[in-house]
Design a protein around this ligand. Structure first.
Ligand code: PLP
Length: 392
């Protein structure tokens, strides 16, 4: 079994999160003993079945073209049956080259320049870049904080849908940066509203394999409404496979699927990388035990972080981390703005976190802390954060 307390060599493969030059580009000069808790990348060795399957492929020593073979479809279908009580049909699946690049292709497939795309903010910043890189415009539907939890203002959303008639609504489910999972009722309301105004829902579900608390609902479980959804997912967050650039789309609606696939074909996105498809299949088929153990470990990191904040750092508070490993922390009582907080924390303590302003829209007043690292790092980081915040 993987020992999550062991720090793998994060320098050998030139990991961006740990690279000093990349860090200093972003934060300015930092101390030698910096602790990176910014980019959503975890510091754990991958599951052993995956490592040994890729070893086998390397030993075979040949890396020519491959294709999307049956095991890929079977692995994704079985995964959805096990985790999301649904059985996508094989023809609904399309292999893609990572979720972010797929967001870009989706915009290109469904929008004209100047069209609107709606987002509930704050949200993962590549959503906005996918829109603006193409020349589409973003309509921000601001999430509202109620009882320290984000809520969608559906009345406002309907007004905006009516006014802007966005071609797409990009949904982050679970939500990055807050970790919030959306309920079935919320999903049904949201997709129905979008359908009423001719807006297609693009559901990014890449964090869905990492639920810590609560009942997760995938958009695939919304029955008839799935006709209005393009579901994008991958094992990349759950197993930290971002560098393999392999993901998939699930599209039930034939017309949407055709438009989507035409765009991929026009860009020759047709065959997978040898390692990416193997990794997806192996993790989905043989990664359950690893995933359960990992979620237990992350749960302990979260427990430590929440106790540290609640008991020792009264100026900070956080939203419940219902999924994944990204803790959304409210810093408003420190009286520092998010960028200043982040930069001073980096310079004075070496703890590197994301400013709320790195997300689309209204993230000011928050920082995001990545807990996907060894417990010792989390402990040390919170000791330093405590000293920094309490000394302000
Ligand atoms: C919501 C969300 N979507 C997509 C990604 C990245 O997906 P990929 O690496 O497959 O492009 C991330 C990474 O953090 C994410 O948080």
């Amino acid at each position: 079994m993987t020992d999550f307390n062991l720090f793998p060599d994060r320098y050998a493969e030139k990991c961006r999160k740990w690279d000093r030059a990349k860090i200093e580009e972003h934060f300015g000069p930092v101390k030698d003993d910096f602790i990176p808790m910014w980019i959503a990348d975890m510091d754990f060795r991958a599951p052993e079945p995956l490592v040994s399957r890729l070893h086998q492929a390397v030993e075979n020593g040949i890396f020519g073209y491959t294709y999307v073979y049956d095991e890929f479809y079977d692995a994704v279908i079985r995964y959805f049956e096990r985790h999301h009580h649904s059985s996508p049909k094989r023809e609904w699946l399309t292999l893609c080259y990572g979720t972010v690049s797929t967001l870009h292709y989706t915009v290109q497939a469904f929008c004209q320049k100047g069209d609107y795309i709606m987002l509930s903010t704050p949200v993962y910043d590549p959503f906005e870049r996918a829109a603006t890189a193409f020349g589409a415009q973003v309509v921000e539907n601001e999430l509202v904080v109620k009882d320290n939890r984000y809520q969608i203002d559906f009345e406002k959303m309907e007004e905006q849908l009516k006014q802007y008639r966005p071609k797409l609504y990009m949904l982050c489910n679970p939500h990055n940066p807050s970790g919030r999972i959306w309920s079935r009722e919320e999903l049904v309301t949201l997709i129905s509203l979008c359908q009423k105004y001719g807006t297609v829902v693009v559901a990014d579900e890449v964090h869905s394999g990492m639920i810590l608390d609560g009942v997760y609902t995938s958009t695939i479980e919304t029955g008839e409404l799935l006709k209005n959804v393009i579901l994008l997912s991958s094992p990349n967050k759950q197993y930290n496979l971002g560098g393999l650039k392999t993901s998939y789309a699930i599209i039930q609606n034939e017309e949407l699927r055709k438009t989507f696939r035409d765009r991929l074909t026009k860009n020759s996105i047709t065959s997978p990388t040898v390692f990416g498809i193997l990794a997806l299949i192996t993790c989905y088929n043989e990664g359950e035990e690893y995933s359960r153990a990992l979620m237990g470990y992350l749960g302990e990191n979260y427990r430590y972080a929440r106790e540290a904040i609640e008991n020792r750092i009264p100026k900070l508070s956080f939203m419940e981390m219902e999924s994944s490993y990204l803790l959304w922390v409210n810093i408003q009582n420190t009286k520092l703005d998010s960028d200043t907080f982040t930069h001073r924390l980096a310079k004075e303590t070496g703890v590197l976190v994301e400013s709320g302003n790195n997300f689309v829209g209204n993230g000011e007043g928050y920082i995001r802390i990545n807990l996907g690292t060894q417990f010792e790092n989390v402990k040390e980081a919170f000791t330093r954060i405590e000293k920094f915040v309490n000394g302000l």
